[in-house]
Design a protein around this ligand. Sequence first.
Ligand SMILES: *[C@@H]1O[C@H](CO)[C@@H](O)[C@H](O)[C@H]1NC(C)=O
Ligand SMILES: *[C@@H]1O[C@H](CO)[C@@H](O)[C@H](O)[C@H]1NC(C)=O
Length: 288
Amino acid sequence: MARRAVVLALALAAVMPLLSVAEALGYSKAIRPFLHKRLRPVDILHGVSFASAASGYDELTANLSNVLPLSKQLEYFTEYKMRLRQIAGARKAENIIKKAVAVLSMGTNDFLQNYYLEPIRPKQYTLEEYQNYLASCMSEDVKTMHSLGITRLVVVGVPALGCMPLVKTLMNQNTCVDKYNNFSSSFNAKLNAKLGIARKALGMKIGYVDAYGIFQDAVNNPEKHGLIEASKGCCGTGTVEYGDTCKGISTCADASKYIFWDAVHPTERMYEIIAGQAIESLRKQLMS
Ligand SMILES: *[C@@H]1O[C@H](CO)[C@@H](O)[C@H](O)[C@H]1NC(C)=O
Ligand SMILES: *[C@@H]1O[C@H](CO)[C@@H](O)[C@H](O)[C@H]1NC(C)=O
């Protein structure tokens, strides 16, 4: 890309680290979190991350894990805009925000961490109703972002949750769990319907990353991507451990041949693959 866009990350959950998006967009360095203790003026100009892992479209998801919900991230975004104005001046700041790409990547934790583990939402909503609820939360979020000056947005769909090693273990299956993949794809369809409405109503450029399709392709044809292990995670047994439970236990010899780092999260290599494929379609969708 000839011209770099500032990248602003919002509410990242388990799917795609901004690092990969930023790298794929042509940055040599990761963008810093907005709350970094030594945030420099150059970082402000370069783009920052407001993302908080384990948050979701449902504010309750962030509350359950004690992380920052999107509403809080957008407050920080407002602060960011003020600092940008101080550094760059009002006119240039406005221009930077207008050209910036915001990345929104969440949803996995709404299902796996919230709906399937906690009793609150299942008492209020059927799974289908909950999907509709999440999709309308997203719609509202997009409107808020638009009102804050964001004109270019990338939304990452949820991956094929049924192919996660943890889900397969819990459901006692060797192959991807249809039921979970089905609700991943039906949820993505609902997101897409809302995004179509938002594009028209708000005149925003909104790109969509089909993480589900990219994942499915890697799981079905790992060798095409230079991968060998599509089923197990690299850490521990590869079937149940994830996050902190991977600390201090043995790992596979070469994580770059694995799709999954642990029973939930992709490896750095897989993130590169997602980012690389995403960027091709995003260029077309956003940079025109
Ligand atoms: C999340 O926590 C905040 C702060 O305690 C509260 O105001 C908000 O209502 C909570 N949201 C949900 C959905 O639980
Ligand atoms: C998943 O969706 C496919 C295609 O729509 C359907 O054939 C299958 O029965 C569904 N499986 C489950 C478990 O819902």
